[in-house]
Design a protein around this ligand. Structure first.
Ligand code: M6P
Ligand code: ZN
Length: 192
């Protein structure tokens, strides 16, 4: 039996840290700026503040192969770029017929899922919410609160991350902050 099959692990719900974990992926504004609607706002933040950490993903060394179930946590820091909340890049699974499960650990957010036709559904997430990503749906998460939004994710090892489709087409809807809270609006540049 391999070591990763017998390792006892734990997750801290308030920080998202998995122990033991393998590495932490950090996504900063400089890297992911093109995903946001307001490019002028992204530019001014980069000029005024330098770079900004938008989210991080804590991963284990569980192999990404069909017999395994890799899991990770994601911590999205609170804030907006212009009026749009901090969010993940978002992806389809390279193997489209692969699902995923999210469990909210802390903070407040939303899971946006989108199918190939551009139909978007939103699942509001908080501690204890189970977000199910059905096979064939792209997924992006958004922090709609004032604290870090932290969730746990599990997916089939052979799913793969297809980022290219979302980079090229975007999501058909975006989550903006207005005075009454989150507002889901049609994205003017979808599939442009
Ligand atoms: C979840 C899972 C991960 C993913 C992460 C960040 O934890 O779906 O597979 O990497 O969110 O999302 P993205 O990869 O789209 O930046
Ligand atoms: Zn996924």
């Amino acid at each position: 039996m391999d070591n990763h099959e017998v390792t006892i692990r734990s997750v801290d719900f308030s920080t998202g840290v998995i122990s033991p974990s393998y590495r932490v992926l950090r996504r900063t504004l400089r890297e992911i700026a093109p995903i946001f609607w307001d490019q002028e706002a992204a530019k001014s933040i980069l000029q005024a503040e330098g770079d900004r950490l938008i989210y991080e993903v804590h991963v284990t060394e569980i192999p990404e192969s069909i017999e395994h179930l890799p899991f990770c946590t994601t911590i999205i820091y609170p804030g907006c770029v212009g009026e749009e909340y901090h969010m993940t890049k978002g992806h389809f699974h390279s193997q489209r017929q692969r699902a995923e499960i999210y469990l909210g650990l802390s903070g407040k957010g939303a899971l946006l899922i989108q199918n190939e036709e551009g139909e978007v559904r939103m699942i509001e997430m908080e501690k204890g919410t189970i977000g199910y990503v059905p096979p064939g749906w792209a997924h992006r998460t958004v922090n709609t609160g004032e604290e870090p939004f932290i969730f746990f994710a599990v997916y089939p090892g052979d799913a793969g991350h297809d980022y290219k489709t979302i980079e090229e087409q975007g999501f058909a809807r975006r989550l903006f902050k207005d005075q009454h809270g989150p507002r889901l609006v049609e994205s003017p540049n979808w599939r442009k």
